[in-house]
Design a binder for this molecule. Structure first.
Ligand code: PBG
Length: 336
């Protein structure tokens, strides 16, 4: 059909589609981008050698023995992923109410940290500070009856942080949501001469249903009694998240995290706007399970949905994302 000449008034004053007309133009005007440098890859550890164990609620994710975690670290290095995060699976017979294994320098996290840093000193290793992978009740802290004890838990977190740093951990990430733990861990690290250890605090961590598959992965699902609502945040709140972040910064956090990720992009955005420090999002196990399940069924386009979900975090203000899709995303980014 031939275009008829029209009066100027009939044309849109601005045509937004001009900038979108070609790939080169879309690349030129794009406001945000995703790279392998933005990724933190969480790994699950299991006892044994040459072992990789499937996690049914996280299709495509496996628990790795220490030697296999070193191979994963090698993969991360080759893909340009700057940091890996380590989470241990602990069978019920090795758990107790105190989470004693958390402070054992020979636990899986410390073993893997030593092995990975020995083989690949150039990669960053992040370790959680929290007791839940080790407690028989599945809670992040010590308990008295059905109460989670704050200050006693912080003492245990200090010991856990110190042994992890002594094993070679670069970033301590307290995920327990006890009050005052960032300041206490920071002071203990300084006193012990670990002045270079970074702290990435799970500053705004919500009591979320999206952590279900993670609890399967670390062997906590059957264990957890009740819920974590007396220490993790109420999903209804955002002003409170800003207070949590402000406190953790004042106590010495170098970086902060918002968790879960996609359902909490508004919180992420406010935190980055308000404080401007390195801010991370955790695309948690339940988010992974939703996407991986839909991908497996052919309901979502794998490559596109992985990259779009991660780019959304960048747009909302994240400097990086903890994601189980890290190696897949890094590979896709190499192909582009
Ligand atoms: C431990 C911890 C949890 C996650 C990271 N560290 C679970 C929880 O708080 O119950 C969740 C990560 C995920 O779901 O991928 N405190």
């Amino acid at each position: 059909m031939k275009t008829q000449p029209r009066s100027a008034a009939a044309f849109p004053a601005i045509r937004m589609r001009r900038n979108r007309k070609a790939d080169w133009s879309r690349r030129l005007v794009s406001e945000n981008s995703l790279s392998a440098n933005d990724l933190i890859w969480p790994l699950f550890l299991v006892e044994g050698t040459s072992k990789r164990e499937a996690i049914p609620s996280m299709p495509g994710v496996e628990r790795l023995s220490v030697d296999e975690s070193v191979r994963a670290a090698e993969e991360a290095v080759s893909l340009g992923i700057p940091v890996i995060a380590l989470f241990p699976h602990t069978p019920m017979e090795k758990r107790d109410p105190m989470g004693s294994l958390a402070t054992d320098p020979d636990n899986l996290v410390c073993q893997a940290t030593r092995a990975i840093k020995k083989a690949f000193p150039q990669i960053g290793v992040l370790c959680d500070a929290a007791l839940d992978p080790f407690t028989s009740h599945g809670h992040d802290g010590l308990m008295d009856g059905d109460r989670i004890l704050n200050d006693e838990t912080v003492e245990a977190l200090i010991k856990q942080s110190l042994i992890q740093v002594e094993a070679g951990c670069d970033i301590i990430a307290p995920s327990d949501m006890m009050d005052g733990r960032i300041g206490a861990i920071r002071a203990a690290l300084e006193n012990a001469g670990h002045t270079d250890t970074q702290i990435m605090s799970y500053a705004a961590k919500y009591a979320s249903a999206f952590y279900g598959p993670f609890r399967d992965a670390i062997g906590s699902s059957g264990a957890l009694k009740g819920d974590k609502r007396t220490y993790q945040m109420d999903p209804a709140n955002t002003d409170e998240a800003l207070r949590e972040v402000a406190l953790d910064i004042a106590e010495g956090a170098d970086m902060v995290m918002v968790k879960p990720g996609m359902p909490y992009l508004d919180v992420l955005h406010r935190v980055k706007q308000e404080f401007g420090l390195p801010t991370f999002a955790y695309q948690v196990s339940g988010e992974y399970a939703m996407l991986a399940g839909a991908i497996q069924n052919g309901w979502l386009d794998r490559d596109r949905v992985i990259l779009e979900s991660l780019l959304a975090f960048k747009r909302a203000g994240a400097d990086g994302v903890l994601t189980y899709f890290a190696p897949a995303a890094a590979r896709l980014l190499q192909q582009r």
